[in-house]
Design a binder for this molecule. Structure first.
Ligand code: G1P
Length: 294
């Protein structure tokens, strides 16, 4: 029997420089797809997967995230007075049970592995999920839920996996696979951001992980790797040597790279089109601009 996964880490310490000047005063994770911040998509996905404790690894300037998940009594009272029940319901999705959310600061930008390691005392000896909010995944069954179900059978460590163009491997953790029983792949090696000629495959890690606490122990010993940073990929790869229990999971769904402007815009269009009240208007506009030269 595998232990239930009830804790998730959200690394949100990055400065979001690709979105300057917006990110000068707004955390990247608060930027909205239609009307919901990126972080809300991540939280909803975690809840759907059964996560009960939410651990944010933050940095200076991320206070807006804490406010976002706080109750807003004045606003709620105003809406109640005006009988705006639909809006009150919308606000409810941003409320967290007391004590369900924790914030830890990553004092130095030493990489994703280091960010996850900063949360080690809150994880202790349990499996845990990691969600990178930049990777937004539209799916009928939310991606982490798909993974939690598969993990109940495999245990060990599991990373979301997706094929990318061979020339893009240098932007991802890449899997070296030895066995495949779709949607699961058994992993025999992982490399962070290899050049195309060094990549063992074009199966890339996407920002959803279910990890065993041994990865946190590995992080105690990991030296800085790709880009001079302490890489989560390297700490997971160490578990292949120690326990041979790392799996990739080819999730069903469409992933948007909201860490890039183009990916963010694509996600905005996709999530806009998915909203019945916006669809016709937006579709009409898209058709009009694709018929004429912009
Ligand atoms: C991180 C991980 C990388 C993974 C990617 C997915 O990289 O280090 O292994 O493939 O997320 O989005 P980053 O995009 O933060 O550089």
């Amino acid at each position: 029997m595998t232990k239930e996964v009830t804790k998730a880490i959200f690394p949100v310490a990055g400065m979001g420089t690709r979105f300057l000047p917006a990110t000068k005063s707004v955390p990247k994770e608060i930027m909205t797809l239609v009307d919901r911040p990126l972080i809300q998509y991540a939280i909803d996905e975690a809840r759907a997967a059964g996560i009960k404790e939410f651990i944010f690894v933050t940095s200076r300037g991320k206070g807006a995230l804490e406010d976002y998940f706080d109750h807003a009594p004045q606003l709620e009272q105003e809406l109640k007075k005006k009988n705006k029940n639909k809006l009150l319901e919308v606000l409810e999705t941003t409320n967290m049970e007391s004590g369900a959310i924790a914030y830890i600061r990553q004092h130095k930008a030493l990489g994703l592995g280091h960010a996850v390691w900063c949360a080690r005392r809150l994880i202790a000896d349990e499996p845990f999920a990691v969600i990178l909010p930049d990777d937004v995944i539209a799916a009928e069954k939310p991606c982490l839920q798909q993974m939690v179900e598969a993990y109940a059978e495999t245990g060990g460590n599991m990373v979301a996996a997706m094929e990318v163009a061979p020339e893009q491997t240098s932007s991802y953790g890449v899997l070296d696979i030895c066995e495949e029983t779709d949607p699961l792949v058994k992993v025999q090696g992982m490399i962070e951001k290899p050049d195309a000629e060094d990549a063992p495959s074009n199966l890339a890690v996407i920002g959803r992980y279910i990890l065993s606490p041994s990865v946190l122990e590995n992080l105690n010993h990991i030296q800085s790797g790709s880009g001079g940073e302490i890489q989560l990929t390297d700490a997971i790869a160490r578990d292949i040597e120690l326990a041979d229990n790392v799996y990739g999971y080819r999730f069903r769904g469409q992933r948007f790279d909201c860490g890039s402007k183009s990916g963010f815009l694509q996600a905005t269009v996709a999530f806009g089109l998915a909203r019945p009240e916006l669809r016709d208007d937006l579709m009409g506009y898209l058709q009009s601009v694709t018929q004429t030269d912009v």
